[in-house]
Design a protein around this ligand. Structure first.
Ligand code: SRM
Ligand code: SF4
Length: 517
């Protein structure tokens, strides 16, 4: 064998098909795909390469694709929201939009023959879905109250946008970053409460003062996978906001050129850091940058508990408010999106924001308009004061649409939470996160109670069940939770949760319940 042939032979199947044809190449083939239909498409194009455009084939709903957007810092305008609403509206009951755990939207029901038209519509309103799947950088998360929070340290909006624009070549696609060894997550925290879950990102910037100057300490290598979950580790570097983009690009290039590619289970950034050690990794990043990095500031400024932003809050701008609405498990339908867009236009500045808890914030509502805003009927559905368990409920997609799922999540999460709210009372929110499989998209390891889908055997039958995680801490001193109990059938879960909530979170059985007993 030649050297090249030996190198190819050691590549996993994903590396092989990437070497054959770059994912972005399918951008030029959309009309062909529309003509031939999804059934006749080359399988690799359909099931993998389309993800470079943010289009995901769903084996659970064949022919109805999912589209994952990019919304840097989770910000979307009312016009953009209406465009997304129109896209899902045309698919009737197949169409909906989920707010994701990366402050982003995923749209459902998409037909291959509509893609060219959809991309034109997105471009017209300045939206893109490019490079949002497979071995690309995911949505860049930032503080959901950037620019409006009175206590903010650094406004992350421009930084998230800069990083996205560089990585995607302003939404057109950037071949320099379309063949990473694996997916890659970047988060930029600007407030004091670590609103982005810095610790679970491949690169995270957290505010820190160095010699009186405000910039960021840098963490690297955080990730979840079915095989391993790790919190990010300090790079021992501090950068000023103006260097965030350069450092992100340098780290990405080091990862792109050196990341491990033979075993996909060991290809995330942390595996390279393990192999090299953090000092060599840092030195290689410096080499790529062409300059030394400053060492980290002694401490960072993450000193608050994490806020959920649900409710009414004063902005730093006098006379303006932002209102956080609770969106149950992040699911929206076309009409909801039109309604939210209208609310943002009529009462705010036409801006809408998303949070990693899968909720919505409408900013810039003048004091004089607030009462009218709060009287809108949509607040019955998307509450500003939801019950404490529902309030902090997060769920990944699960079996309804995701073929990796071992269990149904979103619908079940809502059902069980309703039953729990009926049985017990808790004085403050308990963060319960559902995730349908060990890929951990619903981040059970950051939750107070994390529920990870699994299959269990009971009375000779295979049933849907969960492994239970506890102890995830967010905000100040964030750390990951651990698996506490394994293999609880979902049908037996409620009493287990009741016990955990009573024992660890001060929940009490409701009086009615006590009387019945
Ligand atoms: Fe995820 C794969 C959904 C956030 C770890 N994730 C998938 C796929 C694409 C699998 C698939 O093809 O079916 C899921 C699409 C299902 C669907 O139809 O919706 C999927 N992930 C999601 C979302 C939508 C969950 C949600 O309901 O919010 C989130 C989309 C974020 C976005 O806007 O880009 C989502 N996924 C995450 C997170 C959380 C985060 O980023 O903070 C993680 C853990 C953090 C991390 O990545 O380190 C996560 N997803 C994974 C993994 C495991 C990665 C690994 O290194 O092994 C996979 C599987 C893979 O990539 O092979 C995966
Ligand atoms: Fe699908 Fe598993 Fe991710 Fe849930 S955690 S969206 S089931 S891959």
């Amino acid at each position: 064998m030649t050297n090249a042939a030996t190198a190819t032979a050691s590549l996993n199947k994903f590396e092989k098909f990437k070497a054959e044809k770059d994912g972005l190449a399918v951008k030029a083939e959309l009309e062909d795909f529309a003509r031939m239909g999804w059934e006749a498409m080359d399988e690799t194009d359909r099931e993998h390469r389309l993800k470079w455009l943010g289009i995901f084939f769903r084996p659970v709903t064949p022919g109805k694709f999912m589209m994952r957007m990019r919304l840097p810092n989770g910000i979307i305008s009312s016009d953009q929201m209406r465009t997304l609403a129109e896209i899902v509206q045309r698919y009737g009951s197949d169409g909906n939009a989920d707010i994701t755990t990366r402050q982003n939207f995923q749209l459902r029901g998409i037909r291959i023959e509509d893609l060219a038209d959809i991309f034109c519509k997105l471009k017209a309103v300045g939206l893109t879905s490019i490079q949002s799947g497979m071995d690309n950088v995911r949505n860049i998360t930032g503080s959901p109250v950037a620019g409006i929070d009175g206590d903010e340290l650094i406004d992350t909006r421009g930084l998230c946008r800069q990083v996205q624009d560089a990585i995607t070549n302003n939404g057109e696609g950037n071949p320099a970053f379309t063949n990473l060894p694996r997916k890659f997550n970047i988060a930029i925290a600007g407030c004091r409460d670590n609103s982005v879950h810095a610790e679970i990102n491949d690169i995270a910037f957290v505010p820190a003062y160095k010699k009186g100057i405000l910039g960021f300490n840098v963490l690297v290598g955080g990730f979840f996978s079915a095989k391993r979950c790790e919190a990010a580790v300090p790079l021992n570097a501090w950068v000023s906001p103006s260097d965030v983009l350069r450092l992100s690009v340098a780290i990405l290039m080091v990862y792109r050129d050196n990341g491990l590619r033979s075993n996909r289970q060991k290809a995330r950034l942390m595996w390279l850091i393990d192999e090299w050690g953090i000092n060599k990794f840092r030195a290689e990043v410096e080499k790529q940058l062409g300059q030394s990095l400053q060492t980290a500031a002694e401490k960072d400024e993450i000193v608050w508990e994490k806020r959920d932003h649900i409710g009414v809050f004063r902005q730093k701008q006098l006379g303006l408010n932002y209102v956080g609405l609770h969106i149950p498990v992040g699911r929206l339908y076309a009409q909801d999106m039109f309604d939210l867009a209208r609310m943002a236009d009529v009462y705010g500045s036409g801006e809408i924001r998303l949070t990693v808890e899968q909720n919505v914030i409408i900013p810039n509502i003048p004091d004089t308009r607030l009462q009218a805003f709060l009287a809108e009927p949509i607040l019955d559905k998307f509450s500003i004061n939801p019950a404490p368990l529902k309030r902090a409920l997060v769920s990944c997609t699960g079996a309804q649409f995701c073929n990796f799922a071992l269990i149904e999540t979103k619908n079940r999460a809502l059902e069980i939470i309703q039953e729990l709210e009926a049985e017990i009372s808790v004085s403050k929110a308990v963060r319960i996160h559902w995730t349908g499989c060990p890929n951990s998209c619903g981040q059970p390891q950051v939750a107070d109670i994390g529920l990870m889908g699994t299959k269990v055997r009971k009375n000779g039958k295979t049933l849907e069940g969960v492994d239970i995680y506890m102890g995830g801490k967010v905000g100040k001193d964030a750390h990951l939770g651990n698996c506490l109990m394994k293999g609880i059938p979902c049908e037996d879960l409620k009493p287990v949760l009741v016990d955990l909530l009573i024992e660890h979170f001060g929940a009490q059985l409701k009086e009615q319940q006590l009387t019945c007993v």
